[in-house]
Design a protein around this ligand. Structure first.
Ligand code: CTP
Ligand code: MG
Length: 250
């Protein structure tokens, strides 16, 4: 495992935390989702590369399942990062929020910009990552890539009894809804404070939600359709197709 090297120079040091400790229950298949292969390469390796290839990222912290740290380390040693980028593996927790918190705890204090990126979004284009970093460097404390939603979304109330139809209570204006992606980018101190304030019992599905609850403004930048999250089996089929389209024809 390579060591963290002191950083010098005027560019704010940027690190990426990659939560990869989930089980991938909705994808199924037994193997943890991050270790499933896409184009013959584990999903996690794609995600690490996407972060490591972005401008200014010098440290990538992968948060692995607690019982899979050694395996994840060996895997990443087989796929070394580009020169100037260090990768670390730390054990995760039982929720995404806890895994992110454990990843943040591994960051050195001199890191100024933090990206939090789902391992399950292996195909995010580098230009999207760079746009998030640039917006944080430009002074935004929290930046989220997002896309307009294409489906109409209904708000429901809990059904009268399990198995009963769900009653609709509202239809939010779709024009004002956005589907958010990762990497989400933050000023390091802002994200650390938000996590410290919501240490337990509050499983946010994204980090920006915690920052919002602190009253800190969160802004959106355009996301990318290839930054979709691999959640269900059909997503894996789509990801293979995207990857095949990227590869130059023989
Ligand atoms: N994650 C994590 N630690 C957890 C749960 C999730 O690091 N305890 C990570 C996942 O590895 C994934 C990201 O958070 O990269 C987004 O979560 P999700 O897509 O829900 O992945 P899983 O939790 O693995 O899938 P599922 O919910 O279907 O089990
Ligand atoms: Mg999950």
């Amino acid at each position: 495992m390579s060591q963290i090297t002191p950083h010098s120079g005027a560019i704010p040091r940027t690190a990426a935390v990659i939560p990869a400790a989930g089980q991938g229950l909705r994808l199924g298949g037994g193997t943890p989702k991050a270790l499933r292969e896409l184009g013959g390469t584990p999903i996690l390796v794609h995600a690490v590369r996407a972060m490591a290839c972005a401008r200014s990222v010098s440290l990538v912290v992968v948060v692995a399942p607690a019982d899979g740290v050694g395996k994840t380390r060996s895997l990443l040693e087989e796929h070394p990062p580009p020169p100037g980028v260090t990768q670390l593996v730390v054990p995760g927790g039982t929720t995404r929020q806890e895994s992110v918190r454990l990843g943040l705890a591994a960051l050195p204090e001199d890191v100024e910009v933090v990206l939090v990126h789902d391992a399950a979004r292996p195909l995010v284009p580098v230009a999207t990552v760079d746009a998030v970093v640039d917006a944080v460097r430009g002074g935004a404390p929290a930046v989220v890539p997002a896309l307009p939603v294409t489906d109409t979304v209904k708000q429901i109330a809990p059904p009268a009894a399990p198995g009963e139809p769900e009653p609709v209570v509202g239809t939010p204006d779709r024009a004002l809804l956005r589907a958010v992606q990762t990497p989400q980018g933050f000023d390091h101190a802002t994200l650390a404070a938000a996590h410290a304030a919501h240490a337990a019992g509050d499983d946010a599905t994204d980090c920006a939600g915690l920052v919002e609850r602190q009253g800190v403004p969160v802004v959106l930048v355009p996301g990318h359709e290839e930054a979709f999250k691999i959640t269900r089996p059909l997503d894996l089929v789509l990801a293979e197709a995207v990857l095949a389209r990227r590869r130059p024809a023989p």
